[in-house]
Design a protein around this ligand. Structure first.
Ligand SMILES: [Zn+2]
Length: 75
């Protein structure tokens, strides 16, 4: 079962990889929220993609994001 974004409820959450960062991560492409895979997908743990990258000293660049598969409950 796919997981709807707990913030915007507009899209499903995807498992993604981001170049040079050790992931995987989860991401909502509607509201640009990122979750580290370890923390779980909740409305407490997400972070805006721009802030997420800035915190790691990187420039937000959509070309570095690769969709892997829709996140699934229980995986
Ligand atoms: Zn969202």
């Amino acid at each position: 079962m796919m997981i709807a974004c707990p913030y915007c409820h507009q899209d499903y959450v995807w498992e993604v990889s981001i170049s040079d960062l050790s992931g995987p991560f989860f991401m909502c492409f509607e509201c640009d929220t990122v979750w580290p895979a370890s923390g779980g997908i909740s409305d407490q743990k997400g972070q805006n993609y721009s802030d997420f990258m800035a915190q790691r000293g990187r420039t937000p660049d959509w070309n570095t994001i690769t969709k892997i598969r829709p996140a699934n409950k229980g995986s």
